[in-house]
Ligand binder design. Structure first.
Ligand code: GLA
Length: 787
């Protein structure tokens, strides 16, 4: 709810409140956090005394800006912390003496021009500021009450009669009145994306973000600030994100007087945008949330927000299909026969969608050529895409296709006919990455070409899914169509968003999956057009636990593509159990990315059972509320572990992942405290029936077999191909409060002896799944006095 009450401005969601009030010419931030009963005199910063070298703005305030929490800070007037806006006026001056003009509630949202934005906001507020030199700033806030999310952005307008050059225009500034926070960023690289890095703030600046032309695997725009003592399930935590896919900046500054300023927005490096009189510039929306339920609460707020207000179209809440992708099965080496053999086997296993990855066009037998030439390679696919698509449909599979539209190979027909369409700086030979260049999406004709090309491709065959890839960072940035090169990064993104809007908008039934060498562009901007993202090229089960744990900080399982791949894994060469690979991938959008024709009969029946289990609980896996119970980044008793849980909104069903990394031998397994259940209901807890490869026991097999065998010999392999061992079974009922307070007491772990019903054989990198259903009858009401 938005309330304007004299000088007080209140923005309230279900559990949070953001309060501000006029303070002379300034707009003071009074409180952002738990919803309270606001009172302006009580919340105002008390600043009567003034300290040492304070700069005082004449006539406006008795004391310095540096002591205040502000919504928009004047630039060059004594607030020596960095602010949202930096501008240069026609006379060369740079001081912005922002003065607050007033607040206005709007009936309609005011989406930013040329940029994606959240949808379905409840109410919008605009705070307007002006400068003496004729620049106007509007701070635009939109509320998403049930998600406890507030979005913020900045709109600048030149109200003077001379041009103004904007050098920095961030989306959001949040000033907090204390500085004891732990900052967690989500950093990484290719194949190890979004690892939480937590460190307490110290006096000074923490600046992070990306300069790569994409939101980047190096540093996601999502980050959080936690008060001391906050943890996964309790304590005050703020979460921040940005609806943007290009280079971005986040900055946390603790000033000399114990306050924290949080900034986020477009990367200002190399940015400049000159506004002619009357012209306007919109920045991307920043996303803010707060929870007293710790980092888990922040995640669940953001998960709801992504599901209800970022992802859109018919696929927003539709269960996503189980797919088979041929990439790690064949790489570039395939033909129609090979694909159809994979597809036939996939169908038998229960797969619903067959995705043809890279290599189907031009002469692309490696990554050195042909990007841009999306004409089918008729040697590989003599019947074309339509031919393959119809054959897949006849098998009962939907057809999906890989493309990388934003790129061009120097060795391509497209580049030979339009060398000027590739981004490069005149006189400098452009840097290559994966042998490719970036198309200049600042050019309207390139945008139009891509829209036409992609629409024609989609209409040429029964394509129901597109994997939209983007496999390099941007360098050598320059576009001849821009009069001002400082506009390049934002113009390029606006060009891409236009293409995405047109292509996805004209094919609403097609499911789009964004990809950028895995998770190099995992952000809210992309999710406004594509309902899911390939989380990482790293498909190793244990690495995936880390990557998916980190990613889940700000993004729900319903947007994470997660595949079961071969073992040893192609990225890490690590071996992990087939069941563990599924258990982890199931907490996302399940796919398989391995040669299913080469699975043994025993493995095929395991995979078929996995897919059947997933389909039975798909809605819960994809859309259930997520609780992280044990972090793979924190070694615990018993070795490395990772545990997640998803709970249905009505708390009648839940699934628990219990996984281990490198185990410690002969260690007890402490009870696993569950979360999110109804404390007053009874649940049936059942372990998913899993299988163990007999070869996992190595030569120990001889200790149990009546005859001695060569455990790496043909006989054992032949037996293992047909026969697998059952895991232990666990099935009992227990009350929700017991499971959450006392915890799930799992059976003992194998420690050198014992393979029986009571022992969980869990080698390194293995996992279990538990399924919980509420029993129909509620427990009797608690006795009076019992908490
Ligand atoms: C990128 C993607 C992979 C695969 C290859 C194909 O690396 O992340 O999943 O599609 O491109 O070249």
């Amino acid at each position: 709810m938005i309330r304007l009450d004299g000088d007080l401005i209140c923005l309230e969601t279900d559990h949070t409140g953001y309060y501000m009030a006029r303070r002379g010419a300034l707009l003071e931030t009074l409180h952002y956090g738990t919803k309270i009963q606001p009172d302006v005199p009580a919340l105002r910063e008390k600043t009567g005394a003034g300290y040492g070298t304070d700069v005082v703005v004449a006539g406006a305030e008795p004391d310095s800006l540096l002591h205040l929490c502000l919504e928009l800070t004047p630039d060059g007037r004594g607030d020596f912390r960095m602010g949202m806006v930096s501008a240069r006026f026609a006379d060369g001056s740079t001081v912005c003496d922002w003065a607050f003009c007033g607040a206005e509630q709007k009936e309609e949202p005011l989406p930013p021009a040329g940029l994606p934005a959240a949808w379905g906001g409840a109410e919008t507020l605009v705070n307007t500021f002006t400068t003496t030199k004729g620049l106007e700033a509007q701070l635009i806030y939109t509320l998403y009450p049930a998600c406890d999310v507030i979005t913020r952005r900045l709109r600048l307008r030149n109200t003077g009669d001379a041009p103004v050059t904007i050098l920095r225009c961030l989306s959001s500034q949040l000033d907090l009145p204390r500085r004891e926070y732990t900052l967690t960023t989500f950093t990484g690289a290719w194949a190890r994306e979004r690892r939480p890095q937590a460190a307490p703030l110290t006096e000074g600046v923490r600046e992070f973000g990306s300069r790569t032309g994409n939101s980047s695997h190096y540093c996601n725009p999502f980050f959080q600030l936690a008060e001391p003592g906050a943890g996964e399930d309790s304590g005050r935590v703020y979460g921040f994100n940005l609806i943007y896919s290009g280079s971005h900046l986040e900055r946390v500054e603790t000033g000399p007087y114990g306050k924290t300023r949080v900034l986020s927005g477009i990367q200002p490096e190399h940015f400049s945008w000159t506004l002619a009189p009357g012209e306007m510039l919109d920045t991307p929306e920043a996303v803010l949330t707060f929870s007293r339920q710790g980092t888990g609460g922040v995640s669940r707020n953001l998960h709801r927000f992504v599901q209800r207000h970022i992802v859109r179209g018919p696929w927003a809440d539709r269960p996503r299909p189980v797919l088979l992708n041929n990439w790690e099965a064949t790489y570039f080496d395939f033909n129609e026969g090979k694909l159809l053999r994979l597809a036939k086997e996939a169908k038998k296993l229960g797969i619903e969608l067959f995705v043809l990855d890279d290599g189907w066009f031009g002469k692309r037998d490696s990554d050195t050529c042909s990007l841009g030439d999306y004409t089918v390679n008729s040697k590989k696919l003599p019947g074309g895409l339509a031919g393959l698509g119809h054959k897949l449909n006849d098998l009962g599979l939907a057809f999906g296709l890989w493309v990388e539209p934003e790129m061009v190979s120097p060795d391509s027909e497209l580049y030979r006919s339009h060398p000027d369409w590739a981004v490069q700086t005149p006189g400098i030979s452009p840097a290559l990455s994966r042998h490719q260049l970036v198309l200049d999406l600042c050019r309207p004709e390139v945008q139009d070409y891509l829209i036409g090309q992609l629409n024609a491709l989609l209409d040429s065959a029964p394509i129901r899914y597109i994997k939209w890839d983007m496999n390099r960072h941007m360098t050598d940035c320059y576009s001849p169509v821009l009069a001002e090169q400082g506009r390049f990064s934002l113009c390029w993104m606006q060009g891409l968003y236009r293409v995405l809007e047109q292509v996805t908008g004209s094919h609403p039934e097609v499911l789009f999956e964004s990809c950028a060498s895995g998770g190099n562009r995992f952000d809210l901007g992309m999710l406004c057009y594509m309902p899911q993202i390939w989380t990482s090229d790293d498909t190793d089960a244990w690495e995936r636990m880390k990557i998916q744990s980190g990613t889940s900080g700000g993004y729900p399982q319903s947007v994470m593509g997660c595949h079961v791949a071969a073992s040893p894994n192609h990225q890490t060469l690590r071996t992990s159990q087939l069941e563990a690979r599924f258990d982890v991938a199931a907490f996302g959008i399940l796919g398989y990315e391995l040669d299913v024709t080469r699975l043994s009969p025993a493995e095929k029946s395991v995979v078929a059972a996995q897919i059947a289990f997933y389909k039975q609980h798909r809605k819960l896996f994809q859309f259930g509320q997520l609780y992280r119970l044990a972090s793979p980044f924190v070694p615990a008793a018993g070795g490395e572990s990772c545990a997640w849980m998803v709970v249905s909104d009505d708390k009648t069903e839940a699934l628990v992942l219990d996984a281990v990394g490198r185990i410690e031998p002969n260690s007890e397994t402490p009870p696993l405290r569950l979360a999110g259940l109804d404390p007053n209901r009874r649940y049936r807890v059942e372990s998913r029936a899993q299988k163990i490869d007999i070869r996992d026991f190595g030569t120990l097999l001889n200790a149990v077999l009546p005859v001695s065998v060569n455990t790496s010999g043909l006989l054992v392999h032949a037996a293992a191909d047909r026969y697998m061992l059952d895991t232990e079974k666990e099935s009992y009922t227990a009350a929700g409060d017991l499971l959450m307070e006392a915890g799930l007491r799992r059976k003992a772990r194998f420690a050198g002896t014992g393979y029986n019903e009571e022992v969980r054989v869990m080698p390194d990198y293995s996992a279990r799944l538990y399924y919980l259903t509420a029993l129909p009858d509620a427990l009797p009401a608690p006795e009076p006095g019992r908490p």
